[in-house]
Ligand binder design. Structure first.
Ligand code: DX5
Ligand code: ZN
Length: 216
């Protein structure tokens, strides 16, 4: 079953509650929550107080993608704010192994994120500690960018690593997802697709989410 995680980075922030409500009506699976610190990535977004405000508004899992330096500093904040899963960049965390355990011990699903320039092998040692691995298919920082096609080989490589070890880790893909790139990612082995602009800028977002599942 393919899961669709719309990124609220592309929502209307002046009507965030309305857009959060709509995601349930549109049959989204998770809410993708992009946190940026202006250091690890050039942009700034939102933090724990916004996550805490969204929490009582929806039953959908909140999937926090931390694009911040030393993300382990913020893990307890987001756990208190009601996150269901937390993903951290391998490029940003010195003690990845410890940080992933910290996330799980706090009751959340844990995952690592790989930038486009980071090879799949960077996730190898920590795979047993991950509920998901997120492949960035654009450089993180902004919505609305074009899918990087080399991401497909990385997804396929992770799929082999996960299957060879008999793990059930989800492979999530984030950036430039539309019905066409979605199908290629699913064929390569992805199980969770993040989509910002494709969903929120669609004339019919509910139908777009249906299309992104590619009938799978
Ligand atoms: C990029 C974020 C993405 C982004 C995806 O740094 O991590 O989640 O919002 O946006 P689209 O789907 O528009 O590429
Ligand atoms: Zn993201």
């Amino acid at each position: 079953m393919i899961k669709i995680a719309p990124s609220i980075l592309s929502a209307d922030f002046a009507n965030l509650g309305r857009d959060i409500d709509a995601l349930t009506e549109w049959n989204a699976d998770w809410i993708h929550f992009d946190v940026m610190d202006g250091h690890f990535v050039p942009n700034l977004t939102f933090g724990p107080p916004v996550c805490a405000a969204v929490r009582p508004r929806t039953k959908l899992p909140i999937d926090v993608h931390l694009m911040v330096d030393e993300p382990s500093r913020f893990v307890p904040w987001f756990q208190k704010a009601g996150a269901d899963s937390i993903t951290i960049h391998v490029e940003a965390e010195r003690h990845l192994h410890r940080a992933l355990q910290q996330i799980r011990e706090g009751g959340c699903k844990a995952g690592v994120v790989l930038n486009p320039g980071t090879p799949a092998i960077a996730a190898k040692e920590v795979l047993p500690y991950c509920d998901l691995v997120l492949v960035m298919s654009v450089n993180p920082g902004f919505g609305g960018q074009t899918f990087i096609p080399e991401s497909l080989e990385k997804i396929a490589e992770l799929r082999r690593m996960i299957d060879d070890r008999g793990l059930t880790t989800d492979i999530q893909v984030d950036g430039g997802i539309n019905p066409e790139t979605a199908e290629r990612c699913i064929d390569a082995g992805a199980t969770v697709l993040v989509a910002g602009s494709a969903v929120f800028h669609a004339a019919d977002p509910k139908d777009m989410i249906r299309q992104l599942r590619c009938g799978r």
